[in-house]
Design a protein around this ligand. Structure first.
Ligand SMILES: [Zn+2]
Length: 235
């Protein structure tokens, strides 16, 4: 995809995904100023909890890029964002990974099947493969998202919150020899989604479970996060 974008930029010119500036100096997504801003944001990964690292904090630029990754059919942005982060350019995130027991198994949060059909790809897969290349891990598609019956959609938000732990299930055995499972998601807010996925993985007690996401967004409210993550998907 970046190659196509590069060719298209060369022929037609294009605008920066960050600031909208029309320029021939795209890399191929951002102008030099926006790229500099992104690299600088990536130098300060955020650790909302001991077991969680977010490669960037949410700001207008990172929000726009992740939105484009998810909704504007730009899967190449996943690899771009991983490569511009400190996970590839700096030392701090590498140190976080270095302290974990190897080998790593990277587990992308599965997308609801209807979303996958609509989008054509799972953005968390793209993030996982890009990161796996950098930290020498392998990607494991062993977790599935449960489908709920119609009756589930009639539950109140509070009832759904109680059931959140059952959203994911382990459908394959974790490969022998794996030491650390790293759950991969795009955005971390309350951690409701990744906690639900951890719950499924911790059925196998011999592995450590950590979380890595592209972005951290300040929690507006746990309920809003849950609604954003699950209610639409269950309907
Ligand atoms: Zn720009």
């Amino acid at each position: 995809m970046p190659l196509i974008r590069r060719v298209s930029n060369f022929i037609f010119g294009s605008s920066c995904l960050g600031c909208g500036l029309f320029t021939e100096k795209l890399d191929p997504w951002l102008c030099p100023n926006c790229r500099e801003e992104l690299v600088s944001l990536g130098k300060e990964p955020y650790y909302p909890q001991e077991d969680v690292v977010c490669l960037y904090s949410m700001n207008p630029l990172t929000r726009r890029l992740v939105h484009a990754l998810k909704y504007h059919h730009m899967p190449g942005l996943a690899s771009y964002l991983v490569k511009q982060s400190a996970a590839c350019r700096g030392k701090e995130v590498f140190l976080w990974f270095d302290l974990l027991k190897k080998p790593f198994l990277l587990i992308p949060i599965p997308l609801h099947s209807s979303r996958f059909r609509e989008r054509g790809y799972n953005q968390t897969d793209k993030i996982a493969y890009a990161l796996a290349n950098q930290i020498e891990g392998s990607v494991f598609h062993g977790v599935s998202r449960r489908s709920f019956s119609g009756s589930q959609t009639k539950l109140s938000v509070e009832d759904r919150k109680c059931n959140v732990a059952g959203v994911f299930q382990l459908k394959k055995k974790i490969p022998k020899g794996s030491s650390t499972c790293i759950i991969i998601d795009d955005v971390y807010t309350t951690g409701a989604t990744t906690k639900a996925c951890s719950y499924a993985l911790l059925q196998e007690k011999r592995v450590d479970v950590k979380v890595c996401t592209l972005l951290f967004e300040k929690q507006v409210s746990a309920t809003l996060d849950l609604v954003a993550d699950h209610v639409v998907e269950w309907d």
